[in-house]
Design a binder for this molecule. Structure first.
Ligand SMILES: Nc1nc2c(ncn2[C@@H]2O[C@H](COP(=O)(O)OP(=O)(O)OP(=O)(O)O)[C@@H](O)[C@H]2O)c(=O)[nH]1
Ligand SMILES: [Mg+2]
Length: 480
């Protein structure tokens, strides 16, 4: 058996140094780890070949090989021509070049990159079409043509815009069986999938295997989306059901003073719990989508998940007021639910001791003021003993769940659209637009009904209908 080409269809990713070969592979294979694929702005960073298998259930379905870049293609072309003598050099001559150069080492990089190709690997030739076309590039294309191996060119445009793309396409067209665009910093699932599909066009004999791989990545993607919908649903349910309690032992006369302090502490604790639930959700999503570099900030002051205490959050995210009124109305009175929740299941008929601290009545539609972030705190006695407790959460606003959902969707989009080829450390904390305001009425009502149930403390968080709806929402979010 050859060193680089096994029984899995094999494709070597080649091109001039620093064109983005390693980045293309990182994105295609969802590897954002420099220890596995080295990406660097220093040209010549990849110095030998690396086999990068695309595996499912431990089976190598397709093998890619990352290679060192061409650095002296013109000289190499001449050496191969001399080696061959009259006529057009063929694969056998290039194999001789590889064997000789591996030993002598003058053109070691080129020998290494051509090794898998002479062994029979298909070629993905990466170019950055914002670069001017030079003779060296033509020499690379010529050498690759001599190998006679099936080959495709990938345009990985690093600059925002380039006028040279058409010129490149025309030139590449005469050397490659296929020319495709694949941007290492922007490609999403659809583009990755379509790159795999293009392999079918240059490698007929492995049709079955490649098609099977595409089916596998499709079902894996669907599975991830479904898991994500579950994570999101769990998060919402947890947040909606969450209550913070604090026992109070002081005598009646000290209560007023104590209440104020306890209220502040509870409020803090409440928000920090919600932030923790949210952060856990993102961690799960990041893992699911194989991001190691993309992070959620753990430092509390730096965590800009849902900053519920900011007025901007309430203006920007969640439903509009009229949508809320409609959703609430259709779902059966959200405001009423908001009043119930403070006591539901907690007072056990013992009654509140000193009633709502901030005044219950979730009617935030009152007046023109913005939805306020009031958390209803109530005092209750616990079974038997005389101890009192403050209970806090969730915020009165009917928009609470929608704001949370909106932000999670926004971050979901950041996660699924971030390409693994990028090596800048990112944090998920982007500016953007909300999603839920664009939801149709039926979708809003369905979700609102579930939200009310959760607020009321319905035990089951999972609802198949809401789950399916969330999955469709995620499909839309992925498309952007
Ligand atoms: N803006 C932008 N930069 C890119 C893109 N693709 C690669 N780069 C950057 O270009 C540089 C080279 O990328 P690599 O993937 O290491 O290139 P390479 O062809 O493997 O380089 P060698 O292994 O050194 O031959 C890195 O700094 C990348 O981050 C892209 O699509 N857009
Ligand atoms: Mg490289």
């Amino acid at each position: 058996m050859n060193e680089w080409v096994t029984d899995a269809p094999t494709f070597a990713v080649v091109g001039k140094i620093n064109m983005g070969k390693s980045s293309v592979l990182s994105t295609l294979l969802e590897i954002d780890d420099d220890k596995l694929i080295r990406v660097s702005s220093t040209p010549g960073e990849t110095t030998r070949c690396y086999a990068l298998p695309l595996t499912f259930d431990d089976k190598e379905m397709i093998r890619f090989v990352d290679t060192p870049g061409f650095s002296r293609a013109l000289e190499v072309m001449r050496v191969i021509q001399e080696l061959h003598g009259e006529g057009t050099p063929d694969r056998a001559t290039i194999r001789r070049f590889v064997d000789e150069q591996m030993e002598k080492g003058e053109f070691e990089d080129e020998a290494r990159l051509l090794e898998p190709v002479v062994e029979g690997a298909g070629v993905l030739y990466v170019v950055d079409p914002s670069k001017p076309m030079r003779d060296a590039f033509v020499a690379e294309m010529e050498i690759l043509r001599w190998t006679g191996t099936p080959r495709m060119a990938l345009l990985n445009e690093k600059a925002e815009h380039s006028d040279r793309t058409e010129e490149w396409k025309a030139r590449l067209g005469s050397y490659f069986n296929l020319v495709r665009t694949f941007n290492a910093h922007h490609a999403r699932f659809e583009e990755r999938r379509s790159l795999l599909k293009s392999l079918l066009e240059i490698d007929e004999k492995n049709k079955g295997r490649i098609e099977q791989t595409i089916r596998l990545i499709d079902s894996e993607w669907e599975q991830r989306r479904e898991e994500s919908a579950e994570f999101i649903m769990d998060f919402l349910a947890k947040a909606l059901k969450h209550r913070e309690t604090e026992k109070i032992d002081e005598k009646e006369e000290e209560l007023e003073h104590r209440k104020e302090r306890a209220k502040e502490q509870l409020k803090k604790r409440y928000y920090s719990s919600i932030a923790t639930f949210e952060e856990q959700t993102y961690r799960k999503l990041l893992k699911l989508y194989r991001h190691k570099l993309l992070k959620v900030e753990v430092v509390e002051e730096k965590f800009h998940g849902v900053d519920l205490s900011s007025e901007e959050t309430w203006q920007k995210w969640g439903l509009s007021r009229s949508q809320l009124a409609i959703a609430g109305g259709l779902a059966g009175g959200a405001a009423g639910a908001a009043i119930d929740i403070g006591t539901a299941g907690l007072t056990h008929g013992f009654g509140t001791v000193f009633g709502a601290l901030t005044g219950a009545g979730g009617a935030f539609f009152k007046g023109d003021s913005l939805p306020e972030l009031k958390i209803t705190a109530q005092g209750v006695t616990f079974d038997g003993d005389r101890r009192k407790a403050l209970i806090m959460g969730p915020p009165e606003s009917d928009n609470f769940a929608w704001v949370l959902l909106d932000r999670v969707l926004h971050h979901y989009q950041e996660i699924v659209t971030r390409s693994h080829g990028r090596r800048d450390e990112g944090t998920i904390d982007g500016e953007g637009e909300g999603w839920v305001r664009k939801f149709g009425r039926e979708r809003r009502t369905l979700i609102q009904k579930w939200v009310i149930g959760q607020l009321k403390g319905v035990e089951r968080s999972f609802d198949p209908e809401v789950f399916r709806e969330l999955v469709s929402v995620l499909v839309e979010v992925e498309k952007g």
